[in-house]
Design a protein around this ligand. Structure first.
Ligand SMILES: [Zn+2]
Length: 301
């Protein structure tokens, strides 16, 4: 299971006790931090997300509301004695920014920080249990969304059927990987008769800052959950277009077209004290919409 915790759901400036963008995906004891706006380390503490379990950090783009909390977090981790390496994926100029911050403060981090620049759609992390991809969005400066897919063993064993067919247990590992079994007499026992396909694992996508753009669809089709920015209500669609942001209705339209199961709205402009209208508007297009509220944890199947 993947679990998503929202740490910050506001755009540009903090307001109404809402913080700049940050969220974390938890999977198999690892915390994958997505964006790190100012105050992220305080939010991690407030919502009891273990900083020590952060193995990877993904920065979507270099507007300050998405990374101004990063150097503070790295510095605190070092002071707290963190020793596990952290891999940081971000647009390439961030490397220079971090290097100069560490240099002028004469700071050496206690742990290895592996910087990996992102430039185009790619697979960033692939292990036996998770795949993390990035994809470009439509923003004023280079910006990337991130998708998380839990990988499942390709097939589910039906042990009673396998046993009845006389297949030795030592061969089960190959059955779940999709191999047929051949008996000593040469008879083929089809893998379909003793296993069944496993449903795909949960999929989550963070669509970062973006204008409405259908090029994102191919990266999020059929996902269980997506987070799409909704900086403005739809009355300000023109302003959204000018500033490379989206409205509630646009986020909902993209979710609808992508055939996702659920939509979370976030990155709210600080001009809105109340957020109810965002949900109301979006639900006219895509009923299964919720607000990405700070501190809430969303299990993804
Ligand atoms: Zn932003």
């Amino acid at each position: 299971m993947l679990a998503l915790t929202i740490l910050g759901n506001n755009s540009a400036v903090p307001a109404f006790d809402r913080h700049p963008t940050s969220q974390v995906i938890t999977h198999n004891g690892n915390n994958y931090l997505i964006d790190c706006g100012e105050g992220t380390q305080i939010q991690l503490l407030r919502y009891k997300v273990k900083r020590s379990k952060i193995s990877h950090i993904f920065i979507s783009h270099l507007h300050g509301d998405h990374y101004f909390g990063l150097i503070g977090l790295l510095n605190s981790l070092s002071l707290l004695g963190h020793t596990q390496p952290i891999t940081l994926f971000a647009p390439s100029p961030l490397k220079e920014i971090i290097d100069i911050q560490l240099k002028v403060s004469d700071t050496t981090l206690n742990f290895e920080l592996h910087f990996r620049p992102i430039e185009s759609a790619a697979t960033l992390v692939e292990t036996a249990s998770i795949r993390i991809n990035c994809f470009p969005t439509d923003h004023r400066i280079p910006c990337f969304g991130f998708s998380f897919e839990e990988k499942r063993i390709p097939r589910k064993l039906l042990p009673e059927k396998a046993k009845a067919a006389g297949i030795p247990a030592a061969y089960y590992e190959r059955l779940v990987m999709g191999e047929d079994y051949q008996t000593k007499s040469g008879e083929i026992i089809s893998v379909d008769s003793v296993t069944e396909p496993t449903p795909p694992g949960p999929k989550y996508a963070y669509c970062a800052d973006t204008r409405y753009n259908e090029s994102i669809l191919e990266h999020i089709k059929g996902f269980d959950l997506i987070y799409h920015e909704s900086t403005y209500l739809h009355a300000l669609a023109e302003r959204a277009q000018e500033r490379f942001h989206s409205t509630s209705i646009q986020a909902a339209t993209l979710a609808e077209k992508a055939g996702v199961k659920k939509l979370l709205l976030g990155h709210f402009s600080s001009k809105y004290a109340s957020l109810e209208e965002f949900q109301k508007e979006a639900r006219t297009v895509f009923p299964n919409t919720e607000l990405a509220l700070e501190g809430l944890c969303y299990p993804i199947r």
